[in-house]
Design a protein around this ligand. Structure first.
Ligand code: NAP
Length: 246
């Protein structure tokens, strides 16, 4: 099977590694990070050019697995439309969110702008972990807060003088998260509901330190796409199609 794997997540890399043993896998990355962690198999980098571009690219593939980040809603929506147009089977892989682990000290918000407003009320020294692309939305509200922003790659624009930016890439361990939050004297953690275990230790650290957490809820998704949250299930889906096509 020629599999187009829409990637940019650790799970997509794990999936590529397994599928590449039996199928021809091409992982597609958006090209947001200068030195991405590359998966096993073929890799293409950069946008397709909307639904039309993706739809044309699908001529080369038998199936699509969308394993992009839960907040990457545009590419997922494009995949739904393009696959429907082309009649190409599409599977959505999405890691479980954190809603079922929710705590009393968590403040769920529907958007990044709401998260900024809530965090500004809750603390003076936020630990901001929403990713480089969203940082600009927090600057107007948290301009005068002593914010520690953690990103994989430095943001494009300037940040306020009261802010400190640290660059690093997960996964993170609890001890390190505790040390970082203590060292900054963080009094509120801001995150999106990325889910999974990769970045979970910051949530545990916040709880141990008695710090409130502001979470941005996941964007809504198209309901009628087969969706799995387990890598083995995604592999089984591809292999079942492969068997049927023989
Ligand atoms: P997005 O808003 O859904 O997509 C914006 C545009 O970027 C898409 O229309 C598409 O351009 C291009 N694109 C996105 N993912 C692509 C992929 N895997 N391959 C080829 N083109 C892609 O996405 P985003 O939130 O900017 O995220 C970009 C990438 O970073 C995703 O692959 C995602 O898995 C990864 N990521 C995102 C987050 C996050 O918080 N959003 C966190 C970690 C990793 P065209 O329309 O030109 O095709």
């Amino acid at each position: 099977m020629k599999v187009l794997l829409l990637g940019g997540t650790g799970e997509a890399r794990a999936l590529a590694e397994i599928l590449a043993t039996t199928d021809e896998v091409t992982t597609s990355l958006a090209g947001r990070v200068a030195d991405p962690r590359l998966p096993v198999g073929r890799v293409r980098i950069g946008g397709f050019g909307g639904v039309d571009g993706l739809s044309s690219a699908l001529a080369q593939f038998d199936v699509v697995v969308d394993a992009t980040h839960p907040f990457a809603k545009t590419i997922s929506a494009n995949a739904v439309t393009a696959c429907a147009l082309r009649g190409v089977p599409l599977l959505r892989f999405e890691r479980p969110g954190w809603a079922d682990r929710t705590r009393d000290s968590w403040h769920w918000t529907p958007s990044h702008d709401d998260a900024a407003a809530v965090a500004a009320r809750l603390g003076r020294r936020p630990f901001l972990t929403v990713g480089r692309q969203e940082i600009a939305r927090f600057i107007p509200v948290l301009r005068d807060h002593a914010t520690l922003a953690r990103v994989v790659q430095v943001p494009d624009g300037p940040v306020p003088p009261s802010w400190r930016v640290v660059t690093s890439r997960g996964p993170y361990a609890l001890a390190g998260e505790l040390e970082l939050m203590r060292e900054h004297a963080a009094d509120v953690l801001i995150t999106k509901d990325s889910g999974g275990d990769f970045t979970w230790p910051k949530m545990e650290a916040a709880e141990q330190l008695g710090i409130p957490v502001v979470l941005v809820a996941r964007p809504a998704r198209t309901a009628d796409v087969p969706t799995v949250s387990d890598i083995d299930d995604a592999v089984a889906w591809v292999r079942a199609l492969s068997t049927m096509s023989r």
